[in-house]
Design a protein around this ligand. Structure first.
Ligand code: NAD
Length: 438
């Protein structure tokens, strides 16, 4: 047994004792911890950016925007609104109970476990931590072993900045996560794939621990025949090839209505060249695939259609060019699982009805995007499909809006967070009825 494995029960006991002592409950402690987390991110910004480059070849600007500053924004939004979010909420009482008072009080849950994936290895453990701390909890972070440099940086800096009695980082892989899941927590917040999501939920059931499962899936993009293909292509390229396509809310595939596909093909090829140059392997803003297992998986998907742009690979450097595939059959391998890489298939459908039918016949996606200027089309998409979120005209960006809830539905997950939604996720909403005795 490794040292880490042996220490896990004691780590959780320490946090439980800290929570039991009441130290995490005062608003002052919560604010101090959030300020300390903010200081860690700004003072160690370069160290985190270097780690993210080492793990995923994320360029510094992207690492700051989508990971480091992302969490700073989440902290600022939380600090600004925390008093209001935590204030007891009046609840209207039925007349027969008057005089009297009904309130909803948010109380912390206790010790929470946050398990993160490798694709945004910093953001996806620290953004949940913001909510957990703001709600007054103690917590364990388990960052992904597949992003070892970022995980090491988190394990190094979190204890330097945050209250060590109440926040711990456990490094390691499946054995360590398994050992953590045997412990009793008051909430488990898991981000990753659905197979492990099921393992997490099974382990949580043993202790009746509530969970949030932030999973993935194939997020479709409906493109109307009438829209400007140039603007559509530019926004699709920005969203799809961010982090080399390894983003949970990345557009997975395009459903092009009528002749939209034909118009998009040339525009997408132009947009890829405009963003990454003629040879994206030289581009300073294009990332790499996380490991050879995912490189090999993605490489086999390139044969699923006609290559419009891209298609080049370099196994040694885990490089797969930003690729658009046309003439893709719904039965082809690229349409099997979430792609989670820089390949964008275009499937032609004759009508909006066919697009909606295509989407509803499959698992509920984490995000659904549509490029259309027709309000009736938007209304139909909202009313007739189910997904974690909907983005009209701008994929991925909703994830960075802290006033919007972020989470999936069905196979794309359960639970939601960011901003006020994080407070509610990491709190118990206690009902209080106060009836005067006389
Ligand atoms: P991963 O392989 O890094 O796994 C995530 C975590 O699960 C790690 O901490 C790992 O230690 C743990 N784990 C792995 N196997 C385990 C097991 N057998 N038992 C217990 N714990 C185990 O990441 P991943 O799952 O490959 O991440 C990619 C997936 O995550 C994609 O499906 C993506 O869409 C999804 N994702 C979702 C979101 C979201 O916010 N909804 C964000 C990012 C990624």
């Amino acid at each position: 047994m490794t040292d880490v494995l042996q220490q896990i029960p004691a780590v959780v006991d320490r946090l439980r004792a800290a929570f039991g002592s009441g130290r995490t409950k005062p608003l002052s402690w919560r604010r101090e911890q959030l300020a300390a987390l903010r200081a860690m991110l700004t003072e160690q910004e370069d160290a985190f950016a270097e780690a993210l480059f080492a793990d995923l070849a994320k360029n510094a600007a992207e690492a700051k925007r989508t990971e480091i500053h992302f969490v700073v924004r989440e902290i600022d939004h939380t600090l600004e609104n925390l008093d209001a979010w935590l204030a007891p909420e009046d609840a209207e009482l039925p007349e027969r109970l008057l005089p009297g008072r009904g309130t909803v009080v948010r109380e912390p849950l206790g010790v929470v476990l946050v398990i993160g994936p490798w694709n945004y290895p910093l953001q996806l453990v620290l953004a949940p931590l913001v909510g957990a701390l703001a709600a007054g909890n103690a917590g364990v972070l388990k960052p992904s072993e597949l992003a070892p440099a970022t995980t090491a940086a988190i394990a190094r800096f979190v204890p330097q900045y945050l209250d060590q009695e109440a926040v711990a980082v456990v490094e390691g892989a499946i054995p360590e996560t398994t050992a953590l899941l045997e412990q009793q927590f008051d909430y488990i917040f898991y981000t990753g794939n659905g197979v492990v999501g099921r393992i997490v939920m099974t382990a949580a059931a043993k202790h009746l621990t509530p969970v949030a499962l932030e999973l993935g899936g194939k997020s479709p993009v409906v493109v109307d025949a009438e829209v400007d293909p140039v603007v559509t292509a530019q926004r699709l390229v920005e969203a799809k090839f961010l982090n080399a396509g390894q983003t949970c809310v990345a557009p997975d595939y395009v459903l092009a209505i009528g002749d939209a596909g034909g118009k998009l093909e040339a525009a997408l090829a132009d947009a890829v060249r405009a963003k990454f140059g003629d040879d994206p392997s030289d581009s300073p803003v294009y990332g790499r695939i996380v490991n050879h297992r995912h490189f090999d998986r993605l490489s086999t998907l390139l044969a699923s259609g006609r290559v419009v742009v891209g298609g080049q690979t370099d196994r040694e450097h885990k490089y797969i060019a930003p690729t658009v595939l046309a003439d893709v059959s719904p039965e082809s391998p690229v349409m099997g699982e979430e792609i989670f890489g820089p390949i964008l298939p275009i499937i032609s459908v004759p009508s909006l009805d066919a697009a909606i039918e295509f989407i509803t016949a499959r698992d509920k996606p984490l995000a659904l995007y549509a490029f259309t200027e027709s309000e009736p089309t938007k209304d139909r998409i909202l009313a007739e499909t189910s997904s974690g979120a909907v983005g009209f005209g701008l994929p991925v960006v909703h994830l960075g809006v802290p006033s919007l809830p972020f989470g999936g539905v069905g196979e794309s997950g359960m639970g939601r967070y960011h901003g006020k939604y994080s407070i509610d996720t990491f709190s118990h909403l206690k009902a209080v009825l106060d009836k005067p005795l006389a």
